[in-house]
Design a protein around this ligand. Structure first.
Ligand SMILES: Nc1nc2c(ncn2[C@@H]2O[C@H](COP(=O)(O)OP(=O)(O)OP(=O)(O)O)[C@@H](O)[C@H]2O)c(=O)[nH]1
Length: 382
């Protein structure tokens, strides 16, 4: 497909350019299991667990550190809990804890109660290319322990490395894992424990999509954001709109029309193009400035009468829309509506600026008091 694009005014101010596009300079720390901080001191967290070599570190590196999938072949085995605090450069305000495959719940130095108490989501990664019997028993042990400590945790199962499987095999594997995992829960009288399943691979966009869904469940403002997006698109003749976390390409919200993978991939690719072009041509001559800032916007006209429109919303968020060429003729209206939309989004997150972000496992992003009030945003706001 031939792509015509215009990228406008990508200049400085947010100061993330130095690290775009490879590494966004996330703070990171390694810690022994024993010296994990108390939950009150720590950020809400997402745990990555699973057997050795199931792909946990690869997921973290590909999604949050822009590592290319092929480079993960050279990743060494994780020996300690690896804590990755991504909140300094991403809207997604949490710590990801990557566990070594062999975590032993019976090890007295492993304070799993403390770890699970401050957890928002537990992602259990199963290697779909391997025999998964052991992984299933580990999954059961892990989620049942975690549930007893903190029933509020969202339990997410990534059936991972599905790139090596045929479509039929994928469906069959998912059905089988789903069935066996839930049977184990029923046998243990844990019917209330809900597991969500995703087919993932680092070699396509499925891992970003799955992570988007995991993160969305932890954003208290989600209904407000969806509502605002619905109002925005219906008044602007837009077909689909995603609110993206630019650094990770996780979409933190979209309008309520169904998401098709192609649209999502198209929007992800647009972010890559914009950031890459901006890194090359948008910085100052001495290399200072940023690849993404207040002025960031781009229009890409495809040869099938579709237009992609990207605009900066906040320091970390961008709105990416898909619309028909005819609708884009009313660009003035779209821009006006966008202006109102952007203002509303800033109001939703305004409270977060003055309030500490480590409010608790469910307080991803920012606190939600204002968000709740805005859930019923009147139509004429946008
Ligand atoms: N085919 C395929 N291979 C993958 C995928 N994700 C990870 N891998 C490979 O799986 C191997 C293990 O990945 P790691 O990320 O080190 O696994 P881990 O779970 O962190 O392993 P430990 O640190 O030992 O617990 C690497 O060679 C990766 O390249 C995937 O989606 N598809």
């Amino acid at each position: 497909m031939s792509i015509q694009y215009e990228v406008e005014q990508l200049s400085d101010s947010y100061g993330v350019a130095d690290s775009f596009p490879k590494d966004f300079g996330y703070g990171e720390e390694e810690a022994d299991i024993e010296d994990s901080p108390a939950p009150s001191d720590s950020k809400p967290r997402i745990l990555l667990m699973g057997l050795r070599r199931s792909g946990k570190s690869s997921i973290q590196k590909v999604v949050f550190h822009k590592m290319s999938p092929n480079e993960t072949l050279f990743l060494e085995s994780t020996n300690k809990i690896y804590k990755d605090d991504i909140s300094s450069s991403s809207f997604v305000n949490f710590q990801i804890w990557d566990f070594p495959g062999q975590v032993d719940f019976f090890d007295p130095t492993f304070d799993y109660e403390m770890i699970f108490r401050g957890t928002g989501a537990l992602i259990f990664v199963i290697d779909a290319q391997d025999d998964y019997v052991e992984a299933l028993s580990r999954l059961h042990l892990t989620v049942s322990r975690a549930y007893r400590v903190n029933p509020e945790i969202n339990f997410e199962v990534f059936i991972h490395k599905v790139d090596g499987l045929s479509d039929d095999h994928k469906i069959e594997t998912q059905r089988d894992i789903h069935q066996r995992a839930n049977d184990d829960l029923v046998d243990a009288s844990l019917e209330k424990l809900h597991l969500s399943f995703y087919l993932t691979s680092i070699y396509d966009h499925s891992i970003f999509e799955a992570f988007s869904k995991v993160v969305q469940k932890l954003i208290p403002q989600l209904p407000t954001l969806e509502n605002l997006l619905n109002i925005f698109i219906s008044n602007s003749g837009i077909e689909k709109a995603f609110l993206f976390d630019v650094v990770s390409k996780i979409y933190i919200a979209t309008d309520s029309s169904p998401v098709d993978m192609q649209s999502y991939e198209l929007c992800c690719d647009m972010i890559d193009v914009v950031i890459d072009v901006s890194c090359i041509y948008g910085l100052k001559e001495d290399g200072s400035g940023s690849a993404y800032d207040k002025e960031s916007m781009a229009i890409i006209k495809l040869n099938n009468t579709t237009v992609l429109y990207l605009k900066e919303v906040t320091k970390f968020l961008a709105l990416v829309c898909i619309l028909r060429e005819e609708s884009f003729e009313r660009k003035g209206l779209i821009d006006y509506n966008f202006h109102c939309f952007r203002k509303a989004i800033h109001e939703v997150f305004e409270v977060g600026v003055s309030t500490p972000r480590s409010a608790g496992p469910q307080a991803m992003g920012s606190p939600c008091s204002k968000a709740v009030a805005l859930n019923g945003t009147p139509r004429n706001t946008i």
